[in-house]
Design a protein around this ligand. Sequence first.
Ligand code: NAI
Ligand SMILES: O=C(O)/C=C/C=C(\O)C(=O)O
Length: 485
Amino acid sequence: MKKVQHYINGQFIDSVSNEFFDNYNPATNELISKVALGREDEVNAAVQAAKNALTGEWGQMKLNDRIAMMYEIANEIDRRFDDFLEAEALDTGKPYSIARHIDIPRGAANFKVFADTMKAVADEAYQANTPDGKKMFNYSVRKPKGVIAVISPWNLPLLLMTWKVGPAMACGNSVVVKPSQVTPTTTSLLGEVMSKVGVPAGAYNVVQGKGSITGNLLTAHKDIDAITFTGETVTGEMIMKACSVGVRDVSLELGGKNPAIVFADCDMQKAVFETTRSCFSNSGQVCLGTERVYVQREIFDEFVAKLKESASKLKLGIQHDESSDMGPLVSATHRDKVLEYYKKAEAEGANVVLGGGVPKMSGNMKDGYWVEPTIWTGLPETATVVKEEVFGPCCHVSVFDTEEEVIKMANDTKYGLASTIFTENLTKAHRVASQIDSGIVWINSWFLRDLRTPFGGMKGSGIGREGGHHSLEFYTELKNVCIKM
Ligand SMILES: NC(=O)C1=CN([C@@H]2O[C@H](COP(=O)(O)OP(=O)(O)OC[C@H]3O[C@@H](n4cnc5c(N)ncnc54)[C@H](O)[C@@H]3O)[C@@H](O)[C@H]2O)C=CC1
Ligand SMILES: O=C(O)/C=C/C=C(\O)C(=O)O
């Protein structure tokens, strides 16, 4: 049986206790690997290695050499593309067609974009007069923050982990990563990449394990200088508490309950196409995905019928079948959680337009964690699936009449991550975008990403912005030096 190990101080190792846990293929429920379970020994070793790296070869590396190394990491991910593709698809259950276009290319891009950022970033400088008629000169310098703990989720494992590791390392920090226990493999593979391109030992460390054990130990470790996390809001709250000890910085990208607003003057085909993507891509397991769709009354019936038609065409299938559009959910636990929401929607009176249950799968897929793409209508705005993040392939479609009304509905949530607006009237699009409380507003599109832009959520969707030079605010300390001339 394949083993997934820790990567600590440049070495792949098992746990001191020799404990492992099981990792399953979500499409078939077959055991695919045994994963080392990290406890105090491994967390301490990884944090110590990361700390030592800051004063060793990694910490002393010249900026230009570090930037070159970031490109080398990206190039090596590209060279090992097929290994990453296979590992990511097997751990998550997602079709190759998705991982090939989104997860793996972004894994490489996340190193390149922050190498570019570091090349271009300028320091601030100010001259001013002093009260005694002389002059002062101020300049600011950035220093790496230290040892960064990266706690990453399972929905886009390589993409979201490197979105943190890329800028952290480009800024000169060392990292200790704890990937999700259900998607451990690509984080470990990245250790092979680091080794191959000669990243000094201790700069990149991985401790495999569960959130309640390994994650807790890591976030509580006194030598962790800052924590960056993507995942559920409740976990984010726990991590924020852990950060309060020692007053450590935290960056949180959390859940969403993202609205799509479809005006009667939209391009119907575009709106249906993008809403199908935003609701069902990655089986709805994207924090930026749409779960609430608001459609103007004049086109409500037509839109719902077209969305149903489009979603019915999605082909559920095994990872390596190039015609598969949608995979299973990531775990049996998550499948059960989503199916509970499906039941609750019906119990609260939803009209099930499409799906609502478990699809019939054949062959070895019969035991996988499959759920149907699901569309509901007819629920009040207070219904559970309209309020809570389901994180599955589903949406509720509500009707609205006026712009004012839909803005209120869209903002009536504890979250504020992403939203989409469909209208051919750009004045209206800008007007509405300015009133929606979310970190990203897409107009006539979804999941279009320029990695230099600020990325993050409002309200319960997170704290801080990452992306391009915004990431430097989190991954570096800014120091001002003042000289009297
Ligand atoms: N990007 C997002 O918005 C995501 C949302 N979710 C939502 O969260 C729900 C729960 O899924 P989980 O995998 O449990 O998500 P989670 O948010 O708890 O897990 C994300 C990461 O945090 C770690 N973690 C969990 N508890 C921790 C703790 N106390 N201290 C430190 N690290 C900890 C996990 O091991 C994993 O690496 C899902 O059903 C889904 O609704 C899950 C993953 C991503
Ligand atoms: O960085 C991106 O482009 C995507 C981010 C997606 C998430 O944070 C998520 O789904 O959790």
